[in-house]
Write a protein that binds this ligand. Structure first.
Ligand code: 5GP
Length: 189
């Protein structure tokens, strides 16, 4: 049987990547991470083919032309991100459930495409200030880029209501346990 889709969307810095990583360790959920393609530079702690498929802009555009994406977006000016059809098929064909870490617009697009096969979860940060602080602590991006991310975050928070579930991430351990229960209910396990 084809696996289901679990979509985690949120503004950058809301902690969704950490939540997704913790859930991936829970074997009973049978989750496999959908590795997105992107054109932004790789951060030092990231591995090509594990965190993202890091592509040149030319290669990314060729894949758009070839209709190889389920969804793609210019998430930040000049930086493209997208989910490859081959990636979703690779995971689902094994019977694994696909877990996505993608931006708000991409998450809503996937939900619309897959309907009941998908569960769309919005990760809500405690506040915009908390989110900005997390981005600064991460210090993997320069300060102009952080400002752009904070502005985008403010806009994205307005879309929370369109998701199946809003997951509050005030405290990480609690948020992971809540997410675990929500996913188990969705998968009927
Ligand atoms: P970052 O550069 O911090 O890794 O990611 C920036 C934003 O792009 C995050 O919100 C991340 O979830 C989102 N993102 C990652 N992959 C995809 C994708 O395949 N499609 C879309 N629409 N957004 C993505």
């Amino acid at each position: 049987m084809n696996g289901k889709l679990i979509i985690f969307s949120a503004p950058s810095g809301s902690g969704k990547t950490t939540i997704v990583k913790r859930l991936l360790q829970r074997e009973y959920l049978n989750l496999e991470f959908s590795i997105s393609a992107c054109t932004r530079p790789r951060r030092n702690n990231e591995i090509d083919g594990k965190d993202y498929y890091f592509l040149s802009r030319e290669t990314f555009k060729a894949k758009i032309e070839n209709d190889e994406f389920v969804e793609w977006e210019e998430v930040y000016k000049g930086h493209y991100y997208g989910t490859l059809k081959s990636e979703v098929a690779r995971i689902r064909n094994k019977g694994n459930n696909v877990i996505f870490d993608i931006d708000v617009e991409g998450g809503l697009n996937l939900k619309q495409l897959y309907g009941k096969e998908a569960l769309a979860i919005f990760v809500m940060p405690p506040s915009v200030e908390a989110l900005e602080q997390r981005l600064r602590n991460r210090s993997s991006d320069d300060s102009d880029y952080i400002k752009i991310r904070v502005e985008k975050a403010r806009a994205e928070l307005k879309y929370a209501d369109r998701f199946d579930v809003i997951l509050h991430n005030d405290e990480l351990t609690r948020a992971v346990e809540d997410a675990d229960q929500i996913i188990k209910n969705f998968l009927h396990i």
